[in-house]
Write a new protein. Structure first.
Ligand code: UD1
Ligand code: UDP
Length: 380
């Protein structure tokens, strides 16, 4: 049987974390698949951290990142540089992930070169064009162009069907984030970063980076955090700050010199997952963190007005708190002072996967190309 040539294209930290389990699975199934890894390097250092952890050496590196890059420059550079690779490799299918500008630009380049597209983490929606921005339109546009849809949950499948995508091309696979988490979190994990943290205090882990939160929303959230931490001597904030210069500037302006707020460099994914597993609660506007926290039983105050991850809200682990000063302050106070409410959110539930998403995705590809007799069963 001819091997199927699968090219993965990704460029940012979260795409790399969620594509890594697929690459490892592809390598295990080398008799069935030939793998080509192309990174756009929309992120440089934060991508390389993930590649190092999972020992992935890309076949192609488009090296597009520029300081303070715009969505337009990322798009044009990815499209210009990717076309040559697609034409040289002629893959049977290109896999893209999620909703970044790399995702959309790579999908458009694949379409222009008449190459099949598989969208990993398809079907997430807020139905709000500008929230999150530009991710909502990146994923909708990617889904318009895709041939195979790997929806992480039944809800995301339903979103796709609502847009009339063909049901036989939609597979419910679970999220590969859970495949990754199964490899990173360990009870006996030890590392300098964990030894430096005072876990006798209530440790709040923070990430915040979204474009639509840069400016006033971040300023309000950071002020609320500062005021709550000052009022609660038993708390510590640990905030690995995204390398975006805008985020760096806002975070340091707000927190430099503030006792018990620790701004640190982005953690590699193993350290971050193990810290998340040991903290008291999380505050974040990240997408991936919302998928990971329910498995870890860690409450998340979601620093956004909308979420495309309603399953975590239904599970009770996530609470959408927005970015207004008063509300953020109040919700932090509830989690610190009301043990009953804290415990209600801290139940470990995992609506996002069973660690088998990568296997299902590869089975679906093999089935689609006629190399596997049976359609893989959906994750439920
Ligand atoms: C991007 C994605 C967003 C995703 C996020 C994950 C788009 C438009 N946005 O946003 O969906 O949630 O990644 O983190 O696709 N930088 C570095 N080193 C790095 C990474 C970034 O220096 O390793 C700096 C660069 O100056 C870069 C800036 O951060 O210009 C912003 O990066 P960019 O990818 O444009 O936006 P993100 O906010 O990271
Ligand atoms: N993460 C990490 N190190 C950090 C902060 C986050 O490895 O210092 C991981 C986190 O576990 C999750 C992913 O990065 O898997 C989320 O990435 P990010 O917040 O950059 O993007 P988003 O998910 O919002 O697109």
């Amino acid at each position: 049987m001819k091997k199927l040539k699968v090219m993965l294209v990704f460029g940012t930290r979260p795409e790399a974390i969620k594509m890594a389990p697929l690459i490892l699975e592809l390598k295990k199934r080398a008799a069935e698949f030939e793998t080509v890894v192309t990174v756009t390097a929309q992120h440089r250092e934060m991508l390389d951290q993930v590649l190092a952890v999972f020992e992935i050496t890309p076949d192609y590196d488009l090296d597009v990142m520029q300081p303070n890059q715009t969505i337009t420059t990322i798009t044009t550079n990815v499209m210009n540089r990717l076309e040559e690779v697609i034409q040289a490799e002629k893959p049977d299918i290109i896999l893209v992930h999620g909703d970044t500008t790399t995702t959309f630009a790579a999908s458009l380049a694949a379409f222009y070169n008449k190459t099949a597209i598989g969208h990993v983490e398809a079907g997430l929606r807020t139905w709000n064009k500008y929230s999150p921005y530009p991710e909502e339109m990146n994923r909708q546009l990617t889904d318009v162009l895709s041939d195979l849809y790997f929806a992480p949950t039944l809800q995301s499948k339903e979103n796709l069907l609502q847009e009339n995508h063909p049901v036989d091309q939609v597979y419910v696979t679970g999220n590969t984030a859970i495949d990754a988490l199964k490899q990173t979190v360990a009870q006996d994990y030890q590392h300098d970063i964990l030894e430096k943290v005072d876990f006798s205090k209530k440790v709040i882990l923070v990430t915040m980076h979204r474009r639509e939160n840069q400016g006033k929303p971040m300023e309000q959230v950071f002020k609320a955090m500062k005021d709550v931490v000052n009022k609660h001597p038993d708390t510590e904030i640990i905030y690995p700050v995204h390398l975006s210069p805008t985020v760096q500037k806002l975070a340091h302006a707000a927190f430099d010199g503030i006792e018990r707020v620790h701004l640190i460099a982005p953690l590699d994914v193993v350290d971050f997952h193990n810290l998340a597993a040991r903290c008291h609660f999380i505050m974040s506007d990240s997408g991936g963190v919302q998928e990971e926290a329910p498995s870890l039983g860690k409450p998340v105050l979601v620093l956004r007005d909308t979420t495309e991850r309603p399953e975590g809200i239904a599970a009770g682990t996530l609470k959408l708190v927005g970015t207004e000063y008063e509300n953020v302050k109040q919700e932090m106070t509830v989690l610190l002072e009301d043990e009953t409410q804290y415990q209600q959110m801290a139940q470990a539930k995992n609506p996002y996967g069973d660690g088998q998403a990568s296997r299902r995705i590869l089975d679906a590809i093999a089935y689609h190309f006629g190399q596997l007799a049976d359609r893989p069963q959906d994750f439920s």
